[in-house]
Design a protein around this ligand. Structure first.
Ligand code: NAG
Ligand code: NAG
Ligand code: NAG
Ligand code: NAG
Ligand code: NAG
Ligand code: NAG
Ligand code: NAG
Ligand code: NAG
Ligand code: NAG
Length: 596
């Protein structure tokens, strides 16, 4: 993960960088490459038809979303459809963030943009298995294995690293795995683990909130409504604003059902296949097999208050002052085990002018508080903020009641071009030297971003924006206390207070050179500054990160990487499940098509 890789990693990076300009090999007969359309070992049309029949006709051609929408009765789609995660979820090829659909690095580039005049398949799969049963998944895994195909697995396509798509691949889509069931007594190896809910890998967080409410229960899952906790969130570790009170989502996972590379359906828990159970909690999404379902703990429900506070900050100097003040107050809400998200963004799209005002937006989630109590707990920080020169109060709104209602939202706004970059920042920094935070934020904003941009909402955001610095209070409290849990979660989580993340974005008019500059911006400009806060060997959350991290092994998995490699060799000896910056991906080119 370091930007100063050791020599072997440096050569890997160079190899990857060189392969970027090459077309994925279409006609190689090398056993080192997977079969792609046109290669000798690729299944014949008859073989595909036979396969399709064995899965009851659930094999679909993947059509790029911008083209797919043209087939809608009205012709084209509305902006509301294009930006709806729920609507995009009905389209096999659609990703939440459209940059992952594009083949920027193919030779020649292959793009399919909304309102565009040309349309290429880009980085999208060739076919999708719209799985409805475990048998469909097993048949698809065996077919891909037999014919040496590039396989990808997708639930919602919300993933921030574009891992659930790849050119020339076969997709297994699990979005139809919608089973949800609750129990008061969940047994693992004869031990009663208490109440729990079992969720299919296609189930969204908002469905879980609704289901649990009916049971008088609560589970810690994503704040984004259409994230699939079983289908990917838990494999990254998984955070929620309720994590300071209840731990990471992966800390609450009790069991998985998963189809592994052999085609077998395995159960993974502390009592069966415990090594696989270890890997499925923090070892990275997409690397272990096709998850059918996960069982996670439930807790008695409670009331809570969420609040959104918006301030306007006049210039980058005051952004720095406010960032330090926030760092000094970051423990203010620990008494109620609150979680919070906060971000800074320029009020004018694309502006790098230090004197253009910046919005500061703070989301807080406080368990077992009323709106009045929540406001009182926020007041010391808000009052001190308003004492800074030129800081203006914009708004403060509260939502209170039963926790599942507070967390519920109907949809996520997506559909833009966004790449992320991130680091976990230790609690010790905030405790010992919060004054270091402001100067780094000021410099980050002074250095700004160069590209024009007009992105669609990224987590919870309702306005267009760009170059945002998003801070998430993901840790501390129970996350730190859960350090004894044996899982693949990067140990940096247990010592962290925040996960700081950049969302760099562009609109469709950006040139390929601008896209490349934005994709590189985290590593070149932002990370050197961010490391002044996180330190040089900090980890990052592998679901919300930069997929070009040169040393992803230590950035995402830290000291767990060697153990994860061994578990991979046991359950996926031939690397059927390879994803960008995932366990074993160092052995493959950036498309997962040829061994390097
Ligand atoms: C691959 O093998 C087939 C059949 O043996 C042969 O016709 C073709 O020329 C080979 N392609 C390459 C690129 O070597
Ligand atoms: C698979 O079979 C179904 C049902 O016959 C058909 O609608 C679909 O087009 C087939 N898929 C492919 C890729 O041919
Ligand atoms: C595409 O066209 C639609 C309909 O005219 C319009 O609403 C939308 O903003 C356009 N989108 C882009 C990305 O140009
Ligand atoms: C969903 O639940 C039904 C009823 O219990 C069961 O028959 C089916 O196999 C389940 N589907 C999956 C994918 O687990
Ligand atoms: C909230 O209150 C309920 C009921 O007293 C309790 O069970 C739960 O642990 C509390 N949760 C937090 C995070 O304080
Ligand atoms: C914050 O400011 C308000 C309005 O000036 C005041 O009523 C309140 O007492 C202050 N609270 C704190 C904690 O300083
Ligand atoms: C930033 O804004 C504050 C409040 O308006 C002002 O006092 C200060 O001089 C400004 N700083 C710079 C560097 O412009
Ligand atoms: C929880 O909130 C509901 C409103 O959603 C309210 O009726 C109820 O009294 C609250 N319970 C507690 C214990 O505060
Ligand atoms: C930030 O901008 C300053 C001033 O232009 C420049 O000296 C510095 O190198 C930049 N930092 C990074 C990390 O790009």
């Amino acid at each position: 993960m370091k930007r100063f890789p050791t020599l072997p990693l440096l050569s890997l990076f160079i190899a990857l960088a060189q392969s970027r300009s090459l077309e994925p090999r279409q006609n190689s007969n090398s056993t080192d490459c997977r079969n792609v359309p046109g290669s000798a070992g690729y299944p014949s049309p008859t073989a595909w038809n036979v396969f399709n029949a064995t899965i009851f006709g659930r094999l679909l051609e993947v059509v790029p979303p911008a083209k797919y929408y043209d087939y809608l009765p009205a012709g084209g789609c509305t902006d509301a459809q294009w930006t709806s995660a729920l609507f995009r979820g009905t389209i096999p090829g659609a990703m939440s963030y459209i940059n992952w659909e594009q083949g920027y690095d193919l030779d020649p580039p292959s793009l399919c943009l909304r309102n565009g005049t040309t349309c290429g398949q880009g980085d999208l799969p060739v076919y999708s298995v719209e799985a409805e049963t475990v048998g469909d998944v097993q048949a698809a895994v065996q077919f891909a294995s037999k014919h040496n195909l590039r396989l990808v697995v997708k639930s919602t396509g919300h993933d921030g690293l574009g891992r659930s798509t790849a050119p020339n691949s076969l997709l297994i889509r699990v979005s139809k795995f919608q089973n949800v069931s609750s129990t008061d007594e969940f047994y693992v190896g004869g031990e009663n683990m208490g109440s729990a809910v079992t969720i299919g890998s296609g189930v969204h967080a908002n469905t879980i909130y609704q289901h649990n409410k009916g049971q008088g229960k609560f589970s810690v899952v994503a704040a984004a409504e259409t994230v699939a906790p079983a289908g990917g969130q838990i494999q990254g570790g998984g955070h929620s604003p309720l994590s300071p009170a209840y731990g990471l989502v992966s800390d609450n996972a009790l069991e998985f059902d998963i189809v592994v590379a052999s085609g077998e359906l395995l159960r993974a828990s502390s009592a069966s296949n415990p090594d696989l159970f270890f890997a499925l909690r923090g070892g990275g999404a997409g690397s272990w097999g096709v998850i059918i379902s996960a069982t996670i703990r439930t807790f008695p429900t409670f009331n809570a208050t969420s609040a959104v506070t918006v301030l306007q900050v006049p210039n980058n100097t005051v952004v720095g002052s406010l960032a330090t003040l926030h760092a000094q107050h970051v423990f203010d809400w620990d008494s109620v085990q609150a979680g919070h998200f906060f971000w800074f963004e320029k009020t004018q799209i694309g502006s790098t002018d230090p004197n253009v005002p910046t919005s500061f937006i703070l989301f807080t989630y406080m368990p077992n508080t009323t709106a009045e109590q929540s406001q009182i707990l926020l007041a010391p920080f808000i009052n001190a903020s308003l004492a800074l020169p030129g800081v203006v109060f914009v708004s403060q709104t509260f939502k209170d009641g039963e926790i599942n209602d507070v967390m519920f939202g109907p949809d996520d706004g997506v559909g833009g071009n966004v790449v992320l970059g991130s680091r976990l920042v230790p609690e010790a920094l905030y405790r010992d030297s919060p004054e270091k935070v402001g100067p780094v934020y000021k410099e980050l904003f002074d250095n700004g971003t160069t590209a024009q941009s007009n992105i669609l909402p990224f987590p919870l955001l309702t306005t267009n924006s760009h170059g945002r610095l998003l801070g998430q209070m993901v840790s501390g409290g129970t996350v730190s206390k859960n350090g004894h849990i044996s899982s693949a979660v990067h140990p940096a989580w247990r010592a962290a207070k925040t996960h700081l993340m950049f969302a760099n974005s562009w609109d469709d008019s950006a040139s390929l050179a601008q896209v490349d500059a934005l994709r590189a911006m985290f590593q070149t400009t932002q990370l050197p500054l961010l490391e002044k806060l996180s330190g040089l060997n900090a980890g990052a959350y592998s679901n919300e990160a930069d997929n070009s991290e040169p040393d992803f092994q230590s950035t995402f998995f830290g000291p767990n990487y060697a153990k994860l490699s061994d578990i991979k060799a046991k359950y996926d000896p031939h690397d059927l499940f390879i994803v960008a910056a995932g366990v074993g991906s160092e052995r493959w080119d950036e498309w997962g098509l040829c061994r390097v």
